[in-house]
Design a protein around this ligand. Structure first.
Ligand code: 0XW
Ligand code: MG
Length: 389
């Protein structure tokens, strides 16, 4: 297929002709898909997950190319995002994007003019646009993000809120599978129990394996200080220990461990401000939380300027969001990259049976095909819940 001309180098006189040539959005379809949690339980301080609803966005260009995006909130309490909210926001946005050029910045500008915030919904559109652009330019998405720095990226495994014995069993299993980074869910409400889990894990932690303790906002500042003292000799990072940035700021200089922001890192300006203030030493970044790949480029470059480690993953979802995370992850400086968590181990089947995004020996192969490099089997999702054209 002749690759559609996405945008010609235009002189003022050629402006009209070139805009006529821009690839435009011809239709947007929204699919709802249930993701039962398998190989669970998945337990964190915000609760135990047994199923989630994800939304997939399929954008078709006037030239007949297709791009996919996805957003899957981790239930309604992990952060201010929920499945019904994603659908409502997409209904608000999609009909007004038909006929718009397939270009990330003008589209984000248009979406921001239509709906404030709601990054987690805008992200699905943004990701689909990069998939489409990549196909039109015959390049993998990572090339549109500046270019991959490696062909594989490390994953990390999140161990649920469990007993010391069960946690140790899983740590040993995941280290055997090749994981070099672990996230331990914490924030049970009893810091001594939380510390006991960490100490038990530390005894079996293999050389070179890193550990982040993620309370998902459940600890008070007092509990964080007590916990950090109880495990002061254990090399670990405290991920999003408290609920708010103000609480986290108050911990500066009062704990023995580096602090990584996750849920509180809600947008580019927050990342810029808190990195600049020294509130955090690193980041746990979710692609949809900040609005998709376009915004994550800025977050990535700010974190690099501050020499701050970061992860690139998302709250949940299948091959489409996984692919988007991995493309972005591959462009983060390896020295600063904490890993990409995938929901894949907890999802029954890949959207793309052939090129689905998989973790092998603790690593994820970066797709090299055009666009995201995954082609969902649409029959998995049933009929679209909405179509705009
Ligand atoms: C471990 N994750 C990346 C997956 C879950 O969505 C929660 C998240 C985290 O870091 O909290
Ligand atoms: Mg986290």
């Amino acid at each position: 297929m002749k690759s559609a001309r996405v945008c010609a180098l235009i002189s003022p006189s050629g402006e009209k002709a070139a805009r006529k040539d821009l690839m435009k959005i011809a239709s947007i379809e929204i699919f709802q898909h249930g993701l039962k949690v398998v190989n669970g339980p998945y337990i964190y301080s915000g609760g135990t997950l047994d199923s989630l609803t994800t939304y997939l966005v399929k954008i078709k260009s006037d030239g007949g190319l297709t791009g996919w995006g996805e957003t899957c909130p981790l239930g309604p309490t992990y952060q201010p995002a929920h499945a019904a909210g994603a659908l409502a926001a997409l209904h608000e946005l999609a009909p007004n994007l038909i006929g718009e050029p397939v270009l990330p910045r003008p589209l984000m500008h248009k979406m921001d003019s239509l709906l404030a915030e709601h990054n987690y919904a805008k992200a699905a559109i943004d990701i689909a646009v990069y998939d489409l652009l990549g196909k039109a330019l015959q390049q993998p998405v990572h090339a549109l993000l500046g270019g991959a720095l490696r062909e594989k990226v490390p994953s990390y495994y999140a161990i649920s809120l469990l007993s010391p014995e069960e946690s140790v069993r899983i740590v040993k299993e995941k280290q055997k599978e090749g994981y070099r980074a672990l996230q331990i869910k914490s924030g049970s409400g009893d810091v001594r129990k939380d510390a006991e889990v960490i100490r038990s894990i530390y005894e079996v932690l293999a050389p070179g394996v890193t550990m982040a303790v993620d309370a998902n906002r459940a600890m008070t500042t007092a509990e964080v200080i007590q916990f950090s003292n109880l495990v002061r000799d254990v090399p670990l990072a405290l991920e999003q220990p408290c609920n708010t940035i103000e609480e986290t700021r108050s911990l500066m200089g009062r704990v023995n461990h580096p602090i990584y922001l996750d849920e509180s890192a809600v947008d580019v300006v927050t990342v810029m401000t808190e990195l600049g203030r020294g509130t955090c030493d690193g980041l746990g970044m979710k692609l949809t939380r900040v609005g998709g790949l376009s915004s994550m480029i800025t977050v990535r470059d700010m974190a690099a300027a501050r020499n701050a480690p970061m992860s690139v993953d998302d709250s949940w979802g299948g091959d489409v969001i996984a692919a988007a995370c991995v493309h972005m992850a591959s462009t983060v400086a390896p020295r600063l990259f904490r890993g990409t968590w995938l929901a894949a181990p907890y999802i029954e089947q890949h959207y793309d049976p052939v090129n689905g995004i998989r973790i092998v020996d603790g690593e994820i192969q970066v797709p090299q095909a055009h666009g995201l490099g995954v082609t969902p089997d649409e029959s998995l999702f049933g009929s679209p819940v909405a179509k705009f054209e």
